[in-house]
Ligand binder design. Structure first.
Ligand SMILES: [Zn+2]
Ligand SMILES: [Zn+2]
Length: 246
């Protein structure tokens, strides 16, 4: 077993609200400098920068995980991770059917750049990414699971787009075994008063939109990593996430 410092909630310049210098190489490089071992790219409603992100992370010796921060019909942010890049991209294609089809106005909302592994802009996402999709929380979680993924409600301590802020309490279904608190959680003036989290696992991620937001090596999980490979560690991560709380 080895300790893996993680940050599973990071936005690239594909998200309109993130800095344009949140390129895949800058993210991977900053994660390496900070001493993180495993990081996920979770842009709003898209996995389009995940292929470049995987290549950038490989250069830096950081283990990448493909993800998405999905906006449900209720405007709840759901953090979704996928066991492989391919499964994430398949999910992304399917999920496109449910996305809002509103054109982005970059001068108002920000740029939505698609990059290659050298941070070159290869395309622009024309539809505004963050708005609510047509999928309910329940249907979104089921769709993620059907692609082998794992999801949890993001930043539940935040009033906007957090599950507790929107619904007031945990729904009976989906029965989330994991929840996310913002990195700066607890005690904030605007923080939501949280119900008893019970046995739910708590992950703390940065939700970085700027390079300096990416987590310090403060949050970690223990993973069995022999014989070492990125694929094995992602597999172990999903066993850990889906398994009993420890
Ligand atoms: Zn969010
Ligand atoms: Zn986010």
């Amino acid at each position: 077993m080895n300790r893996y410092f993680y940050d599973f909630h990071i936005h690239s310049c594909l998200s309109p609200c993130a800095d344009d210098d949140m390129t895949v190489n800058n993210i991977a490089g900053m994660a390496a400098i900070k001493g993180l071992n495993i990081i996920a790219l979770t842009d709003h409603n898209s996995c389009a920068n995940c292929p470049a992100f995987f290549k950038a992370c490989k250069r830096q010796g950081v283990i990448p995980v493909a993800g998405m921060e999905l906006t449900t019909a209720e405007e709840i942010h759901l953090l979704c991770l996928f066991p492989t890049l391919d499964s994430a991209l398949s999910f992304d294609s399917e999920f496109f059917r449910y996305r809002a089809k509103i054109k982005n106005k970059p001068e108002i909302f920000g740029d939505q750049f698609i990059l290659d592994e050298n941070d070159e802009v290869t395309g622009t996402e024309e539809l505004l990414l963050p708005p609510a999709s047509a999928l309910s929380l329940e249907d979104a979680a089921a769709l993620v699971v059907s692609f082998g993924g794992f999801c949890w409600p993001a930043h539940i301590d935040r009033p906007s787009n957090g599950l507790i802020g929107v619904l007031g309490s945990f729904p009976e279904t989906p029965a989330f075994s994991t929840v996310e608190l913002s990195a700066n959680a607890m005690g904030g003036e605007y923080a939501v008063e949280l119900p008893d989290l019970g046995t739910r696992r708590v992950l703390k991620n940065s939700d970085a939109h700027h390079l300096w937001d990416i987590s310090e090596p403060e949050n970690s999980i223990m993973l069995d990593d022999e014989p070492y490979s990125g694929d094995l560690i992602r597999k172990r991560l999903f066993e850990y996430l889906k398994g009993a709380i420890s």
